[in-house]
Design a protein around this ligand. Structure first.
Ligand code: MN
Ligand code: MN
Length: 319
């Protein structure tokens, strides 16, 4: 394939034959899938399934993350030409990747959504594919972790976020993006001692045993020290990574529901994700991208980059 392909090969969301390799379709035209991968519900032999979960009815403030998957997919078209920078390998040529499309649900049957997300992710995991989910608000990570833990047992968790999401919530019927980690720990889905929250800048006195690497500590101590702390927490455990886009400073990701200043610059997030190469990643998500508040499109661009870095982390161990 070469740039010449743009002259006569379009709509690779439908027409792409190989599940590996780069895509040279014009970035500005054609049907949009994540990274121009083929839309497919066939997961046979698939290594990575990218899927959208356009659910945002668990927010405490600004909604709009239901439009996140669509905006992230569109932003990703510009990244389909090149292997992600800084890895020294091409994960798109090491992995069979499809866009599994979005999860279907009845927007008015909110109580039904958690079980649907768990089943949707369960189907991906049972097919042997690693899920990369595009939110949606941060509630979606709770049923994702239920699906993961049902198959793998409790896992290590790396959370990028401005917020701890460990506010107490003992009502099983509540659906709240600010309590996903509280419930995940209470339900035994993750190891608290193997869980680290990166970029935090809100107070929550009860850490539930989670290691907190707040944003000021990252700005003060730097990337290498932060990476050493994350690795010390996660160790060799199977690990899930959830990236709430509000971990980034509002200057880099204004389009999100609960922005907080003093956050990570995009270069810091990129360096941290690349510096995690070699962890035993089993899947991940990027959540809380809210296009209605994304006045420049920067947030969707950041979300697409995070999702690509997740794929690179999954590919690193196959190189
Ligand atoms: Mn969050
Ligand atoms: Mn947050």
């Amino acid at each position: 394939m070469a740039l010449e392909d743009a002259k006569n090969q379009v709509d690779q969301a439908f027409t792409r034959e190989s599940l590996r390799g780069l895509s040279y379709e014009n970035a500005f035209g054609g049907a949009v899938s994540f990274l121009r991968r083929r839309y497919s519900k066939d997961l046979a032999g698939v290594d990575v399934a990218v899927t959208g979960i356009p659910f945002d009815q668990a927010v405490t403030h600004r909604p709009g993350a239901r439009f996140g998957p669509r905006a992230i997919r569109e932003a990703s078209t510009l990244q389909a030409f090149d292997a992600p920078y800084g890895w020294g390998c091409d994960p798109f040529s090491l992995l069979d990747i499809v866009d599994y499309g979005d999860m279907a649900f009845d927007y008015a049957a909110v109580h039904d959504v958690p079980a649907r997300i768990e089943a949707h992710l369960g189907a991906i995991l049972d097919a042997g594919a690693a899920p990369v989910s595009l939110g949606g608000d941060h509630f979606v990570t709770l049923p994702i972790l239920r699906a993961v833990a049902a198959r793998r047992g409790p896992v290590a968790l790396i959370q990028f976020d401005a917020h701890s999401d460990t506010w107490a919530d003992d009502d099983p019927a509540r659906i709240d993006h600010g309590t996903f980690l509280y419930k995940a720990i209470r339900e035994g889905l993750v190891h608290p001692a193997g869980t680290v929250s990166v970029g935090i800048r809100t107070d929550n006195p009860d850490t539930m045993g989670v290691t907190i690497l707040d944003a000021p500590s990252i700005h003060r101590d730097g990337i290498d020290a932060t990476l050493a702390r994350i690795r010390a927490v996660v160790g060799e455990r199977p690990c899930y990574l959830t990236f709430d886009i509000d971990a980034l400073d509002p200057a880099f990701a204004p389009g999100t529901g609960t922005p907080v200043w003093g956050g990570l610059a995009s270069w810091q997030a990129a360096a941290l994700l690349r510096g995690l190469a070699g962890i035993d990643l089993i899947g991940g998500d990027v959540v809380e991208v809210s296009p209605p508040y994304d006045t420049t499109g920067a947030t969707a661009i950041a979300g697409a980059h995070v999702a690509v870095e997740l794929i690179a982390l999954l590919g690193w161990n196959r190189r």
